[in-house]
Structures are given as C-alpha cells and as structure tokens.
Design a protein around this ligand. Structure first.
Ligand SMILES: [Zn+2]
Length: 301
C-alpha cells in the first residue's frame, strides 16, 4: 500500500482514495490498518501509560456489524492506514471487555499528553466524529444527511436538494506585537493563573487576515499596528480554528484595554519572559512559537 498524496510531515491524507469505495472497504479490513474508536469525544488510552493511545485492528471489530461504510479514512502515517470510527455505548463497552488496561478518556484532557503522531491522529479523529454529529441534517431542507467519500463529505439524499457539506476550520489570526525591545501579551480570565499570551481573534467574512490583525489589536488594546507579516500557521481543531500567526509593529504603546475581551495586557521585555517562563502558553501552541521566535530573533540583544 503506497502513499498517494504528498505531505510536509506526519499524516499523508491520500484524499484521492476517498471516492474509491472498494479500496476504502478493502483497506479498512486490511490487517495492517489501525482504527481509532471515538465515543462521545472520548478516545481509547492505555491505563498503564497515561500518554499513550490505543489503536484497534480490524479483527477487534469482528463482533460488530460491518462498520466500513461509516468509517472515516484519515490517511497514512508511516505507511500505516488509519481510520476513525464513531462507536455507541454498547460498542465501547464491548471494546473495553476485550482490552485490559484500556479506558475511554476525554479527548481534550489527553491531547496535551500525547506525542506528535497520537496527538495529530486522535485530534483529527475526534474532530471528524464531532463534525459528523453536528451535521446530521441538511441545513437547506432538513433531510437526514449521509456520510460519503470515506467520511469527508455529508450529502443530502433529497433528490430536489443534493446539498453537500464539507468539514472545515474557521480562520483566526494570532499575533506577536512588538515595540522596540518589548512585546505585547495579554491574558483572559479563563486561562490558568499567571499565564500571558499573544492576542488573537477570528477573521470576519470578507476580511483579509492582515486586516483582521490590525482590527483585532485596535479593538482589544486600542493600539494601531504596521508592518504586519505572516509567519506560520497551526490547526487548532477544538474548537476548529486555523490559527494564522503574524508579527506586527506597534505605532504607539499606550494600552486601552477592552475588558470584555481581556483581563490584562502588558508590555514585556525578553528578559522578563525568560525570567518567568511559567507565564508562557503551552509549548505545542503557535502562540509559544511566536513568542520564542521573537525572543530568539535577530533583534534580540
Ligand atoms: Zn437537503
């Protein structure tokens, strides 16, 4: 089984296979395939090693009616085909009865503990399962929709409608604002105590990402910015955002805080952040990368 699509790293989605129903069914039953069971946004984890996912083989589903039709083909990771499979309460109990040292844990609580491969695969499996659950009915005519293209489309079967629904992410901007030797970080009430991070916000319909950076910063802290530069991006599947990372330079430093959005916002020097690393967001976040890139950047002294 060869990879059929390119990827920079990690998951090769091989999207060309999705419309080949025979290939999907054969691959779902191939003994090399691995299946990620998802039950109400919980995923199967090893109870002896907290941060390890448990993948199932096709034979683990022998007692079930054939699930290949409702499975979601995620792609290949290190040449191994991976599927997500939404299961009900009875099916999850059956799986647990066959697996010692395994438990279904809340996806949101295990994501930060997983390694890169498990994190990417389980997060995508959970997101796709959640997307299917939220798109059971056609938004245009109300008919119950059906999964298609190996779980990557939901189609309205009403002949006079035939609307298609595709999983997607909402674009959001996240930005490191600098002024001389300081950068601007803010905090929200719901974050852990003491944590500060880069400011962020959603891109509005019809808006360019660069314009969203300028608007969000002015709305949240009353500061005008210039030299808006795209850096990199990160998918943040819960709640389904594509985070577009930017840097920008402040034209002024006086902060006028929108207290509906933020609890606090302050200017930090590189040394202040280095001396207080506990204020930083999680290391897997794009916010952390934006801050560290600025700390280690060419202007650092
Ligand atoms: Zn419809």
């Amino acid at each position: 089984m060869k990879r059929a699509s390119a990827c920079i790293n990690g998951l090769a989605r091989s999207s060309l296979h999705r419309s080949d129903k025979r290939w999907i069914i054969d691959t779902f039953h191939d003994e090399t395939s691995r299946i990620i069971p998802v039950h109400n946004l919980t995923v199967l984890c090893d109870t002896t090693q907290e941060s390890t996912a448990v993948y199932l083989a096709p034979k683990d589903f022998d007692a079930f009616s054939d699930l290949a039709d409702s499975s979601i083909f995620l792609g290949f990771y290190d040449e191994i085909p991976y599927f997500a499979q939404d299961i009900n309460t009875d099916q999850s109990a059956l799986i647990l009865s066959q697996k010692s040292h395994a438990a279904f844990n809340k996806l949101r609580s295990v994501i930060p503990l997983l390694d890169t491969r498990d994190g990417e695969l389980l997060t995508l499996a959970g997101f796709m399962s959640y997307w299917h659950a939220r798109n059971q009915y056609c938004g245009k005519c109300g008919t119950k929709t059906k999964s298609s293209n190996a779980g990557h489309v939901r189609i309205c079967p009403n002949d006079s409608c035939k609307e298609s629904y595709f999983p997607s992410m909402d674009p959001a901007v996240i930005m490191l604002i600098s002024s001389g030797q300081r950068c601007l970080l803010g905090r929200k009430n719901e974050w852990r105590a003491g944590m500060y991070s880069t400011l962020a916000g959603f891109v509005e319909p019809g808006e360019k990402a660069e314009d969203a950076v300028v608007r969000e910063i002015h709305e949240e802290v009353g500061i005008h910015v210039e030299n808006v530069q795209y850096q990199n991006s990160q998918a943040w599947l819960f709640p389904g955002s594509l985070m577009l990372g930017f840097t920008a330079v402040a034209k002024e430093e006086q902060i006028i805080l929108d207290t509906n959005e933020l609890d606090d916002a302050r200017w930090f020097t590189r040394q202040e952040i280095k001396s207080n690393p506990h204020i930083l967001p999680h290391k897997v976040s794009i916010a952390y990368k934006l801050i560290m890139d600025w700390i280690n950047g060419s202007e650092a002294k």
